[in-house]
Write a protein that binds this ligand. Sequence first.
Ligand code: CP
Length: 312
Amino acid sequence: MSELSVNHLLGIKYITEADIQLIFETADQFKEVINRPIKKVPSLRDITIANLFFENSTRTRLSFELAEKRLSADTVNFSAASSSVKKGETLVDTVNNILSMKVDMVVMRHPNPGAGIYLSKHIGASIVNAGDGAHEHPTQALLDSYSIREKLGDVAGKKVVIVGDILHSRVALSNIFALQKLGATVKVCGPKTLIPKHIESLGVTYEPHLEKALNWCDVANMLRVQNERMDISYFPSTREYTQQFGLNKKILDNLNKEIVVMHPGPINRGVEITSDVADSKQSIILNQVENGVAVRMAVLYLLASKIQRNEN
Ligand code: CP
């Protein structure tokens, strides 16, 4: 019987290529389900999931909530802004209180890197990391690689450039791990100040010129400049950033090949990518969002299957 090698999804670093392939094959089946007139299956009818968001989210939160509804799970939603965290309650106390209400799984976004790993050592429920600070965003990387596989047939052998704020990006780190496990070659591009000093130790090369990087790649993943994670200025001005690292239609049309354009969202239109590129036929940004539901259904289903097997 195929099952995941892990009981939690804390990061792509901690799962195997076989885990990723199993998630993709399961997501293929769920993608077929969510395109039917009746989009629901009873797979998680006995499972209760808590969605704990200690940080803002649109796509990830809605995508998990929809995935859970499509799988018939019972859900509770928690937002830090309106909770007793504001009164000084610790993370472990908050989560243990929620778990005492018989919750089986926790989907958590948290501003602190490693929050999910810490929690997994203190609670009994299965944890899915929905983004932890600048550390990992595993389901985003899974849906990104799944979308490349859908568009180009396979991830193995493809050349992917990740452009922008690599230093503060959990999306970049999780994508690097996922793409490499699946056999892609990865470059990063952006202002030197936004590239981690030891990026080469991850088996990634740095290309400082956007057009060179784009002419090399099959896929460009354009990241958002994360002003909220910057306590100092990493480049002279947004205008200069856009001039050097922004993707516009003129650059795209002048490349020596047709590349696929991705963005994890939320987009700063006119900063890292212009509207005509984001909305062009080369962009798969909305496919990424659509695939997020099927991929998250697969992750929840596979982790819940382990809980159900352990109970029987
Ligand atoms: N891509 C992503 O994580 O978006 P949200 O912050 O809106 O969830």
